[in-house]
Design a protein around this ligand. Structure first.
Ligand code: ZN
Length: 543
């Protein structure tokens, strides 16, 4: 996906610069430096937080009426966020939510959301009271991931839902995240700002949401298991989930580049067995599941979920990026590491001294004005100094190329940007490199821009989307045989992980098995003028 976000390219390159240069000093982050719009006392009647004995020492100042704490917070540390109270959690969580959701995107499937929400609410009845507006959402991420923002905003990814096999496992994961939020584990890391520091983020922003400590992970596992047991779920769910996650992580090495569950919730080899042991010591009584009482009822909830990349956000085929809804393709430099996040599409050179990005810079056809605006505005303290500006054509499309320099506090950057109008949007195709190595990348920057091509209808309809479907085993069928009979698009090993089965396992007749099927992708019709159409959920074909 790409959205208008002029600063991503430069942020990302600064991140690259950090990786090869001296470590930067922490700057004041403009978004987080703002004092709270309304003081935390604006929550009349919210329950006092001194309810549990499990609190950490930060709770000592949790009374929102505490003048000294809140005034210090407002005046003396403009660039930092200190989560002193539950009310700070709420505020920071609300601020973070927008950035995270813009970055990752949400799955807008009302039925699925309602389901996840229901499981969350059932667990919450047993959680320590907090003045949080808990929310449960599904992020549009292919990797298994789950996280909690301060103040009870809880997210699971579609990749996690695909890996999970039962409501018990889901309850274990959501209970784990509720515990992180309720126990205020983020607050225990005093300087939250460090983790959202723009120099540590760039295109990898989401990876830095919250890497908890091992201790906190153990607490969250235990807390989540207690919630699950009290809510009538098998508290061993988190243990079986963690085991699968370990296997999945070993299998799909590519995940290490993307934010995922194990990056934010550090694990240890014994964690799953520890959780398993703990579960056997917990008393619980099975309550009917929300999906249904049947063993594989959960599967009906995730049938149709997109696996892998969602073409709605555009996707990479090797170094070529294709966006079927916005109807263009572009080729990134060969061999560069590509990234497709909600806010930008980009690639980083192997030596991490250059990056190419594609962003939407504006609407309409007036490229010159968009370029003027762009040059005029400082982007995160960095101003582009233009040395050359010329009108060019990318194929048939009118475009403007600028070349020049940008300097930041850290490092001089060489900049080549091409602005091109296509079907109502103006795109910026940028290559930024460390100034000292600029000549190396000049040719590649031009080739990158000139590879921008409109996509015709036929090409945009030829893309496939892989959806999770449920197949039933035949008599004496192995997973391997089932996989080839159904033309399963998911590799056999990962299919095994998703189903907790081996390839050679002989299945009972009728056993439901999660597979992936390649189905035609139906592109969104070209955008109308009505801005409301932007907000509409994607249509789900084949349902
Ligand atoms: Zn965790």
């Amino acid at each position: 996906m790409i959205a208008k976000s002029p600063n991503v390219a430069i942020l990302a390159l600064l991140m690259v610069a950090c990786a090869i240069g001296p470590s930067p000093t922490t700057p004041a982050h403009s978004e987080t430096a703002k004092p709270p719009e309304s003081p935390s006392t604006s929550v009349p009647g919210a329950p006092n937080d001194h309810t549990g004995s499990e609190e950490s020492e930060e709770e000592a100042t949790s009374d929102s009426e505490d003048d000294s704490a809140s005034s210090e917070k407002k005046k003396s540390k403009p660039g930092r966020i200190v989560l002193k109270t539950v009310y700070d959690d709420r505020r920071v969580g609300d601020e973070q939510r927008q950035a995270i959701e813009a970055e990752m995107g949400l799955v807008e499937d009302e039925e699925l959301l309602e389901y996840v929400r229901s499981v969350g609410i059932r667990l919450l009845r047993h959680a320590p009271p907090r003045p949080f507006d808990y929310e449960f959402k599904v992020v549009d991420q292919r990797v298994p991931n789950a996280f909690a923002l301060p103040g009870g905003k809880i997210y699971v990814s579609r990749g996690l839902l695909a890996l999970i096999q039962s409501e018990d496992e889901l309850a274990g994961v959501i209970g784990h995240e509720i515990t992180h939020a309720a126990e205020r584990h983020t607050a225990a890391r005093i300087d939250y700002a460090r983790r959202i520091n723009p120099f540590s983020i760039g295109l990898f922003r989401a990876a830095t949401i919250a890497a908890y400590g091992r201790e906190q992970e153990r607490d969250a596992d235990r807390g989540g298991q207690i919630l699950a047991a009290r809510a009538g779920y098998n508290p061993a769910g988190i243990a079986t989930f963690l085991r699968k996650l370990d296997a999945a992580d070993r299998y799909e090495i590519g995940w290490s580049r993307l934010p995922h569950f194990l990056a934010t919730h550090p694990t240890s080899p014994e964690r799953s067995s520890l959780a398993s042991e703990r579960a056997s010591g917990l008393k619980w009584e099975r309550q009917p599941g929300i999906a249904d009482d049947l063993r594989f009822a959960y599967y009906s909830m995730i049938d149709g979920l997109i696996l892998g990349d969602n073409p709605a956000g555009g996707l990479f085929e090797g170094s070529r990026f294709v966006h079927p809804d916005l109807r263009f393709s572009i080729r990134f430099p060969e061999g560069w590491t590509t990234i497709n996040s909600q806010q930008a599409v980009g690639a980083v050179s192997p030596s991490r001294d250059a990056e190419a990005t594609l962003t939407v810079e504006g609407r309409g056809t007036d490229i010159a004005k968009v370029v003027d605006d762009f040059i005029e505005n400082e982007v995160d303290g960095t101003r582009v100094k233009v040395r050359e500006r010329r009108e060019i054509k990318l194929g048939e499309l009118p475009a403007i190329r600028i070349e020049g320099r940008a300097s930041s506090a850290l490092v001089g950057l060489s900049v080549q940007m091409t602005f091109v109008a296509h079907e109502g949007l103006i795109y910026r195709l940028s290559v930024l490199s460390i100034a000292s190595g600029a000549s190396k990348y000049r040719g590649r920057a031009r080739a990158f821009a000139h590879s921008f091509r409109p996509l015709d209808d036929e090409a945009s309809r030829s893309l496939k989307v892989t959806r999770l479907r449920i197949a039933r085993a035949l008599e004496n069928e192995t997973l391997q045989a089932l996989s080839s009979r159904t033309q399963n698009a998911i590799e056999l090993v990962y299919t095994g992980v998703m189903n907790d089965l081996f390839a050679s396992t002989i299945l009972d007749k009728g056993t439901p098995v999660k597979i992936g099927l390649d189905e035609p992708y139906i592109p969104k019709p070209p955008e109308e003028e009505d801005p409301d159409t932007l907000e509409q959920p994607r249509t789900e074909p084949g349902e």
